[in-house]
Structure formats: structure tokens, C-alpha cells
Write a protein that binds this ligand. Structure first.
Ligand SMILES: Nc1ncnc2c1ncn2[C@@H]1O[C@H](COP(=O)(O)OP(=O)(O)OP(=O)(O)O)[C@@H](O)[C@H]1O
Length: 227
């Protein structure tokens, strides 16, 4: 479970805070989508949770480290799928090779890549590369996995594949937080959080937030998506 309470971040010189008292709770194994207009504070929220930015006030209870999966899902091109998933385990977590490989293999298998362990990134499809990147993040055993715009710049079939993968990862018990403009991805989540000007203006299951939006910012996001 992750709990965020009263998170506040005001960048020096900025006219208004990027985060202005954000609080929410996410149960273990749940997937939450963070929506909001440009500049509403989505990336700042992720960066505070992962520790890349220090909040001015508020508390974070993660029960461990947060892992961040970047938009481009970049893999090390000179390492096989398996080696991509063992490098940080060995260098950062200092796990012995056999242990790191066993964990990587099991994660790649559970994401449907058991037959691609020795494949080079350039020989994998876009969707397969993404699953390797996610397995690599999971191998570090984060308490929560964060994604910044995982489906932007992807074609529709790949988007569906990413959504399917996030569900699978949720099935492994991982708590996930996804910043996205993709309403379809938000619909596949357990909880939708809408940020506007650094404040959480809506929060609830997708059926509630997306089908009966109460806030203007949410309505605008839905109109943009339809158009
Ligand atoms: N390092 C920084 N220094 C000063 N201001 C910043 C910094 N980072 C973000 N901001 C400001 O904080 C606010 C929130 O930015 P943030 O990047 O979190 O928004 P966002 O919702 O992720 O936007 P987008 O959807 O465009 O990525 C914006 O007004 C932005 O200009």
C-alpha cells in the first residue's frame, strides 16, 4: 500500500506551487492512473514519489523504494533480455549472479518472454521490449512501480499490449501508478486521480470519474480524447 499525505512542492521563482497538498492512498496490487492538463503537476508528483525531487511538505509511505519506468522503455542494446534484467540487480542490489538470473528469468517468464531470454533488444518487438523494461524494473523489487506516459507515441495495438502488461504486473501483486493522457488506459485502472493546478480535483474508480466527471479539468481531458 502507498500513502501520500499533504504533498507540496513549490519550485523557487514559480508563480504557483506545482503540488499544493496532494493526498491519496493506493492499495497493494492496485493500478492508479494520474490524469491532468499540461503543467498540472503529474510529473512532479512522480518525481517526488521516486525521490528525484524533494517535496517542501507532506509525507510518503511506500514501504520500500519506488521504481520508475521511463516513457521510451530504453533497454541496453548490447545486453540480452536476461542480462538487461540482471545488471542492476548485480551492480546496485549486489545480488549473486545465480540469484539475479533466477529472479530475472522468473519475471520474464511471467510476462510471457520465457522463450526470449537470450534475445537482443533489436530483435524484439516494441511490446516485447517494453515487457523486458518492466521486468527489469520489477527485478529490483520496488514497493511501487511508476510509469511516465507509457502509451504516448505508440500505435493502438501496442497501446493495448501495454495495458495488458500493466494488468499482468498488477496480477503479480505490484502496486502501480501511471501518468497518462490515455483515457483507455485510465479506464483499465482501479483508481483515477485527476490533478489540476497542483491539486487533486477528482479521485475514484474510472466508472465514477470518467463517466460522471464533476470537475471541468476532467471534462476537458475527455473531450480532447474524443476529438
Ligand atoms: N524544475 C522546475 N523548476 C521550476 N518549475 C518547474 C520545474 N518542474 C516543473 N515546474 C513547474 O511545475 C508545474 C508542474 O509541472 P509538471 O511537469 O509536474 O506538470 P505535468 O502535469 O507533468 O505537465 P505535462 O503534462 O506537460 O508533462 C508547471 O508549472 C511547471 O512549469
Amino acid at each position: 500500500m502507498i500513502r501520500v499525505e499533504g504533498l507540496r512542492k513549490h519550485f523557487p521563482g514559480a508563480p504557483a506551487p506545482a503540488l499544493d497538498g496532494v493526498s491519496f492512498t493506493l492499495e497493494t496490487g492496485q493500478l492508479a492512473a494520474i490524469l491532468g492538463p499540461s503543467g498540472s503537476g503529474k510529473s512532479t508528483l512522480l518525481r517526488c514519489i521516486v525521490g528525484l525531487e524533494r517535496p517542501d511538505a507532506g509525507t510518503l509511505h511506500l514501504g520500500g523504494q519506488a521504481g520508475l519506468v521511463f516513457q521510451s522503455f530504453e533497454l541496453f542494446p548490447h545486453l540480452t533480455a536476461l542480462a538487461n534484467c540482471t545488471l542492476a540487480q548485480r551492480l546496485v542490489a549486489r545480488r549473486p549472479r545465480a540469484e539475479a538470473e533466477a529472479r530475472a528469468r522468473s519475471l520474464l517468464e511471467s510476462l510471457g518472454l520465457g522463450h526470449q531470454l537470450d534475445a537482443w533488444p533489436e530483435t524484439l518487438s516494441g511490446g516485447q521490449r517494453q515487457r523486458v523494461a518492466i521486468a527489469r524494473a520489477l527485478a529490483m523489487e520496488p514497493a511501487v512501480l511508476l510509469y511516465d506516459e507509457p502509451t504516448s507515441a505508440l500505435d493502438p495495438s501496442l497501446r493495448r499490449e501495454v495495458i495488458e502488461t500493466l494488468r499482468r504486473v498488477g496480477g503479480l501483486g505490484m502496486t502501480q501508478l501511471v501518468v497518462t493522457h490515455d483515457v483507455r488506459l485510465a479506464r483499465a485502472s482501479h483508481q483515477v486521480l485527476v490533478l489540476d493546478q497542483g491539486r487533486l480535483v477528482e479521485q475514484g474508480p474510472p466508472a465514477q470519474v470518467l463517466d460522471a466527471p464533476r470537475h471541468e479539468a476532467t471534462r476537458r481531458l475527455l473531450v480532447q480524447e474524443d476529438g
